[in-house]
Design a protein around this ligand. Structure first.
Ligand code: NAD
Length: 248
């Protein structure tokens, strides 16, 4: 039980990597508030989790992550309900692989708003709470493309380079407040996001993975458990790759 008694907020917690993080955190004794984009998907995820283990302390919310004041209100309500926030996982994200000449300015703005601005919106009110309570842990979800870039869909790698910049900068700024800030950079991981990519793209990437397989959401979630736990008490400003050594 690496996270016993900790209170965690996980955005994009209804499915994929975020859902695996929610389950691993619950298994390790945390109380989890999972955030999703819609009431139906949040309710469905909560029902599935409760049927797995009725003792798990899990609740759900669905604020609009692209609305700063709605996000701030949601963070405050978590603090009011649980008394603290120990762990914030910024996991919600979207990807797009459109070539540049078909890319629109709206596409670019949409991806930056959710993948970058929304992290700022969750972090600002949460960091204030964490500072006041004496510390906390923030973990952002980056991507292997934040190291290598990718040959189409420029908004997505750009957003993940920005996630890394925010992570290492805030790690340095918030260390004095005992707030650790890290990111996990998954490689190709078997979720809906990858299912949405053309099969040929996934096959081409998978063939280049030295460990010989795409990641499972649980492989990635284990890194989120480690970084949230006291085992990582001296780790901050780290972008932890979980990608089977696939860097291109
Ligand atoms: P997914 O599509 O299965 O899940 C995405 C999550 O984000 C969902 O829970 C969804 O509800 C949430 N979300 C999407 N749009 C939202 C919105 N507008 N408002 C609120 N929530 C929204 O994808 P995933 O693969 O689990 O991705 C999770 C994170 O991992 C993302 O940040 C993604 O960029 C990153 N990532 C994934 C891979 C991969 O191969 N799957 C690789 C690298 C990084």
């Amino acid at each position: 039980m690496l996270l016993k008694g900790k209170v965690a907020v996980v955005t994009g917690g209804t499915r994929g990597i975020g859902r695996a993080v929610v389950e691993k955190y619950l298994e390790n004794g945390a109380k989890v508030v999972l955030w999703g984009s819609r009431e139906e998907t949040v309710k469905k995820a909560l029902a599935e989790l409760k049927s797995k283990n009725g003792d798990w302390d899990v609740s759900g919310m669905y604020p609009d992550l692209t609305n700063a004041s709605e996000v701030e209100t949601a963070i405050q309500s978590v603090k009011e309900q649980y008394g603290k926030i120990d762990i914030l996982v910024n996991n919600a994200g979207i990807s797009q692989s459109t070539p540049l000449y078909q890319y629109t300015a709206d596409d670019f703005d949409k991806i930056m708003k959710l993948n970058v601005s929304a992290l700022f919106y969750t972090i600002l009110p949460t960091a204030k709470i964490m500072k006041e309570q004496g510390g906390g842990v923030i973990i952002n979800t980056s991507s292997m493309v934040s190291i290598s870039g990718q040959p189409s869909g420029v908004g997505y790698p750009t957003s993940k380079f920005a996630v890394n910049g925010m992570t290492v900068s805030l790690a340095r700024e918030l260390a004095k407040d005992h707030i650790r800030v890290n990111a996990v950079a998954p490689g190709v991981t078997k979720t809906d996001m990858v299912a949405a990519l053309p099969e040929a793209v996934v096959e081409a990437i998978s063939a280049k993975i030295p460990l010989g397989r795409p990641g499972e959401p649980e492989d990635v979630a284990n890194a989120f458990v480690y970084l949230a736990s006291d085992m990582a008490s001296y780790v901050t400003g780290e972008i932890l790759s979980v990608d089977g050594a696939c860097r291109a």
